[in-house]
Design a protein around this ligand. Structure first.
Ligand SMILES: *Cc1c(COP(=O)(O)O)cnc(C)c1O
Length: 228
């Protein structure tokens, strides 16, 4: 996309978010996977600050190319155990904590001189075998584990519902909101429910999302090979 097209898309997505959430309170995370650092730089020039990346190595290369900008980086892809250190060192947020085994390595590798790593627990809300995310019943225990580490800061939940019809997606968003409300009523500092992407972020906001992750509606379509 040209820089002009990116600016148009940025304004359009923000206007749609403002209509869906007239009282504000929704953070837009721009998902730049497969797109070059130049595209992220152009979007940052429009005012974008939070960027989501799925692949750790790709993200680290982009961060190096954009080190002159003050951006907030969100890891939004599945995290292999051997990548916990890189995530702890190179990101501001991890949105996809889905198992107990990651907690200690993340906490240990987060430099105590940095702000704590913001963590969202990813929930497999459709109960799909093939998908990442913990079971809804495991959220509380994972939250307890994260809460024991001063270098981690639990902020809430994230979901990537299966691309089913809108009625079923709405139901999944609703179940997430209920889980989120339960978590937030039991603990301090829970303020983020990340759900909704290019083709359903308005629906997610209507169901209570406070953070949306938008890729193709901002950057244009990804190639099939490089996308997810
Ligand atoms: C790619 C991706 C997105 C953005 O998807 P779009 O449909 O391009 O908006 C959001 N969240 C996750 C976890 C992703 O992998």
């Amino acid at each position: 996309m040209t820089d002009d097209a990116l600016a148009t898309a940025w304004n359009d997505v923000n206007a749609r978010i403002a209509r869906a959430a007239p009282r504000g309170g929704v953070t837009l995370v721009a998902v730049g996977k497969t797109h070059p650092p130049e595209a992220i730089r152009a979007l940052a020039a429009c005012g974008a600050r939070a960027f989501g990346e799925n692949y750790v190595q790709e993200a680290i290369a982009k961060q190096a190319a954009l080190a002159d900008l003050s951006l907030e980086w969100h890891a939004i892809g599945p995290v292999q155990s051997n990548k916990a250190r890189d995530v702890a060192r190179h990101f501001d947020w991890l949105q996809t904590l889905d198992r107990a085994k990651l907690v200690e390595p993340l906490a240990r590798h987060r430099d105590a001189g940095l702000a704590p790593l913001n963590v969202l627990i990813q929930v497999n809300i459709d109960d799909e075998d093939s998908k990442s995310g913990c079971a809804p019943a495991d959220v509380s225990q994972l939250a307890d584990m994260v809460g024991r580490h001063p270098t981690l800061r639990l902020r809430g939940l994230m979901a990537l519902p299966a691309p089913l019809d809108l009625a079923r997606r709405r139901a999944a968003f609703r179940r997430m909101r209920a889980l989120f409300d339960t978590l937030a009523s039991a603990r301090a500092g829970i303020d983020t429910l990340s759900m909704g992407m290019s083709d359903d972020f308005e629906l997610a906001i209507a169901e209570g999302a406070t953070m949306v992750r938008v890729g193709s509606a901002l950057f244009g379509a990804r190639s099939r090979r490089a996308g997810s």
